[in-house]
Design a protein. Structure first.
Ligand code: AMP
Length: 596
């Protein structure tokens, strides 16, 4: 085995450690979690806390807890913890030490060398402080690399071609956007902009501010004045924010959060995603200005960017993806967990230094968008309704398991029921997608149009889809489960392909000559032109079906071969390139024979 060099993302809010095993990066668990909060604290009796335990105590004892020490790296400052004062790199070293210990426990190997990532804008002093933190933690820092480079490496570990990436990284406390050029394994940051004071924490604060103001109006108490109520409020706001990334509403319930005249007060409220998005919109717009600046600095237009990669937990906010897609005119990539990909990229860099070869990063994602059929009412209130609008809920390439919901409204007064028709596909017109299930929710409240129905989709790793619809006002709900939703699509796709091919056959001379397969077999004269194609076609379809059946059981390496040859067969079919189809089918047949 080559030398072990781990990759570490030492983040402002969270940190992660990853390693490459058998050519693939894997994030290791720390206290059972891949994400370690970058927090350090001291208990009342002087015990050191790092990570989750420090974060938990932060709400109760913010004065004994340190967060976001990364912001202070490289500064000639001291941070106090209990009676003691520490340099920022000493606090970072405690976080690195925790990561190192956890990795050693999981790998049962000593961990001595690491690649650590830093923001592209870090100056030499900040990089040096990071190196020092690593050394204090007992690590030889073999390389410091830029976070956007690490992210790009995760999406292009083969490092063969030339590619331009735009890496949009919005974490807890900082924002960076970088243009990275990859050329034959050399990664270069062409331009980088950002805001060291902008991140998910600001979203939390905005959300908390609105909740606190509402509470102040209701009870005359400002939750922000008492440190422990404020810390609880912020923690609840953060949880609600995460909820809003996947659902249209989030509830906040905090009992005994404050007291007035000896009477305990409870916080209980609901936030709508729509409102939240309006609050954070100015902050997101600031990131888009930075993005434009970095494109201008790199002298590139949006159209020249080949991959837009999202990094940092805050990019899970749907508004961000939507605005970026609108601005850049292309889909964004977040298939690899945006909060883990930097650590994975650092591990890839470590493995490259150690001389290991790297395969692509495998992730379980949904290959197609899932959503429901709905009625689209034009904004001019004309009566040109579109009855077949596809409303996506879980977007294609979302990592699995995925759980998302969206809110829809009834269109008629006293509407007693709604049809929930679930489709899979990418077309805005549901008729061009595939229906995977349908049910009716009946007995809705007799209220005017605009009754809110929350539709939730849960897609598990094994492809089971649970669809539920809930009348928001009453809680009335109904659900169905679709087994094998993803596989079912593949079957439907194959069936449709087969139907197309059957039509081709029927349209062909052979088909019109009222021949059976047998007859066609017996009549070599038909084996030219379309008849010849028909025979090749039928054989190819049978092989493709068999390949699809065996594919999931095939070992990974065989699967890649199989995919390549299946694509060749499919392309030849579409092109009606019979010679090529014959040769590709023979190859496919050989592989299948070997696999069976
Ligand atoms: P990072 O520094 O990359 O670990 O990002 C941490 C930030 O991501 C914190 O502000 C988190 O609250 C935020 N975050 C994590 N998950 C989500 C989510 N599902 N939706 C929105 N923000 C999130």
């Amino acid at each position: 085995m080559s030398e072990l060099i781990v990759g570490i993302d030492l983040g402002t809010t969270n940190s992660e450690i990853a390693v490459v095993e058998n050519g693939r990066p894997r994030v290791l668990l720390v206290d059972g979690d891949p994400i370690l909060p970058s927090m350090v604290g001291l208990t009342e009796d002087g015990r050191l806390l790092v990570g989750k335990t420090a974060r938990n105590q932060w709400a109760l004892a913010p004065e004994r807890t340190i967060k976001s020490v990364k912001r202070k790296m490289g500064r000639d400052e001291r941070v106090s913890l209990g009676e003691q004062h520490y340099r920022p790199q000493e606090i970072s070293a405690m976080i690195l030490r925790k990561l190192k210990d956890a990795a050693e426990q999981e790998l049962h190997l000593p961990v001595r060398k690491a690649v650590i990532t830093v923001p592209a804008y870090f100056n030499d002093t900040q990089r040096q402080a990071t190196r020092e933190a690593g050394e204090l933690a007992g690590l030889e820092v073999v390389r410091i690399i830029n976070e956007p480079t690490a992210a790009a490496l995760t999406y292009d570990p083969s490092q063969t071609g030339t590619e331009l990436f735009l890496v949009y990284d919005l974490g807890g406390g900082t924002f960076d956007v970088s243009v990275v050029r990859a050329e034959a394994g050399i990664f270069e940051v062409l331009a980088s902009h950002g805001d060291t004071e902008l991140g998910g924490d600001d979203f939390d604060e905005l959300l908390a501010k609105h909740v606190a103001e509402e509470f102040l109006d209701s009870f005359g108490v400002d939750l922000r004045n008492a440190p422990s109520s404020n810390a609880r409020l912020l923690r609840a706001a953060e949880a609600a924010k995460r909820q809003l990334s996947d659902h249209p509403f989030a509830r906040i319930e905090e009992e005994f959060i404050a007291e007035k005249d000896g009477v305990p007060l409870h916080l209980s409220t609901e936030i709508a995603r729509e409102d939240y998005e309006e609050w954070i919109r100015p902050l997101v717009d600031r990131t888009l200005t930075c993005l434009q600046q970095s494109l201008d600095d790199a002298k590139l237009s949006a159209g020249q960017i080949q991959q837009v990669v999202l990094v940092g937990g805050s990019t899970r906010t749907p508004l961000i993806g939507a605005l970026l897609e609108e601005r850049l005119g292309q889909p964004v990539h977040r298939e690899i967990h945006p909060d883990l990909c930097v650590a994975m990229g650092a591990a890839i860099q470590g493995a490259i230094i150690a001389g290991e070869s790297i395969g692509s990063v495998l992730v379980d994602i949904t290959p197609h968008t899932l959503g429901i059929k709905c009625l689209d009412i034009p904004s001019d209130y004309s009566f040109a309704y579109n009855e077949f609008k596809f409303a996506p809920i879980i977007k294609r390439n979302t990592p699995l398991p995925a759980n998302r919901s969206e809110v829809f409204c009834t269109v008629s007064d006293h509407q007693p029921c709604v049809d929930i028709e679930v489709y899979q596909g990418e077309n805005t017109d549901v008729r061009r997608n595939h229906r995977v299930g349908k049910f009716v929710i009946e007995g809705l409240a007799r209220v005017p149009a605009g009754n809110q129905i929350v539709v939730q989709l849960d897609l598990t790793l094994d492809g089971t889809l649970k669809v539920s619809a809930r009348e928001k006002a009453t809680g009335l709900s109904k659900q169905i489960t679709v087994e094998n939703a993803i596989a079912q699509f593949a079957v439907e796709e194959r069936t449709a392909a087969q139907a197309r091919l059957n039509r081709m056959w029927n349209d062909s001379e052979a088909g019109q000559a009222e021949s059976s397969w047998q007859r066609e077999e017996e009549t070599p004269a038909l084996a030219t032109g379309p008849a010849e194609g028909a025979r090749e076609t039928v054989q190819a379809v049978a092989l493709l079906e068999k390949a699809a059946r065996l594919r999931d059981k095939a070992p990974e390496d065989d699967r890649a071969d199989l995919d390549r040859i299946m694509t060749r067969v499919q392309t030849a079919l579409v092109d009606q390139a019979w010679e090529e189809l014959r040769s590709a089918s023979n190859e496919l047949s050989d592989i299948l024979f070997y696999m069976e």
